[in-house]
Design a protein around this ligand. Structure first.
Ligand code: C5P
Length: 223
């Protein structure tokens, strides 16, 4: 493999997307948001009224699904399903929950593996997700695992959803986040765990620039 990969894993609200985009932009790498791919498949499952626990039906749906990723500039990633750009629909809370449910289906994870690896063939990437450093890119050049307390993560996610105009409460946000996390950490296939060679950063008491500085220091020490 010739292209560089920086892998960032961690639970929702740990700050992965924010710092992954900034890191990609500072380094001139492509930003690969793997969660958006799970969300896109969740969107299609819902649109097709396929039950999320009916793996055979989801698998049939995947057989006729065209998932495309386009980078406008390095850090902005647009996702199309069957030719329709659905990027702006992917962050809704029900899509988050459904993405977490279908992401435990082996058929879904298997289907997305080559999709993710193909994108990394386009050039150096900062890839963000749950199993990027453990499964998708086990030979990634630098691996990070971002953590934060459940309270801090719920606050961050709540502010983000409120800013985009969603009618949400902190309680609902916190409950959804814990449910999604528990599912992600306990599923049989590719659960959310730090790779043995990942640098863990607890972002609870750090601002974005502080997290970014630590990551940049680790990257320049390794590359
Ligand atoms: O990162 P994001 O919150 O967009 O991810 C949505 C969901 O997709 C996660 O809760 C997780 O269940 C799933 N996911 C995954 N593996 C990844 C990225 C996301 O299982 N690499």
């Amino acid at each position: 493999r010739s292209s560089l990969v920086i892998a960032i894993d961690g639970p929702a609200g740990a700050g992965k997307s924010t710092v992954a985009k900034l890191l990609a932009s500072r380094l001139g790498y492509l930003y690969l948001d793997t969660g958006a791919l799970y969300r896109a498949l969740a969107w299609k499952t819902k649109r097709a009224s396929v039950a999320s626990d009916d793996e055979a039906a989801v698998e049939r749906l995947l057989a006729t699904t065209l998932l495309e990723v386009r980078h406008q500039d390095g850090e902005r990633m647009r996702v199309s399903v069957d030719g329709q750009d659905i990027t702006d629909d992917l962050r809704a809370p029900d899509t988050s929950a459904l993405a977490s449910v279908i992401s435990s289906l082996p058929a879904v994870r298997e289907w997305l593996l080559p999709v993710q690896r193909k994108i990394a063939e386009r050039g150096a990437v900062v890839a963000e997700g749950r199993d990027v450093g453990t499964r998708v890119f086990p030979a990634a050049d630098v691996k990070f695992f971002l953590e934060a307390t459940p309270e801090v993560r719920a606050q961050r996610r709540f502010r983000e959803l409120a800013a985009s105009g969603g009618p949400v409460s902190l309680e609902d946000t916190a409950r959804d986040l814990v449910a999604r996390d528990t599912r992600d950490r306990t599923r049989a296939l590719a659960p959310l765990v730090p790779a043995p060679d990942a640098l863990t950063i607890d972002t609870s008491n750090l601002d974005i620039e502080q997290v970014l500085q630590r990551m940049l220091a680790a990257v320049s020490a390794k590359l």
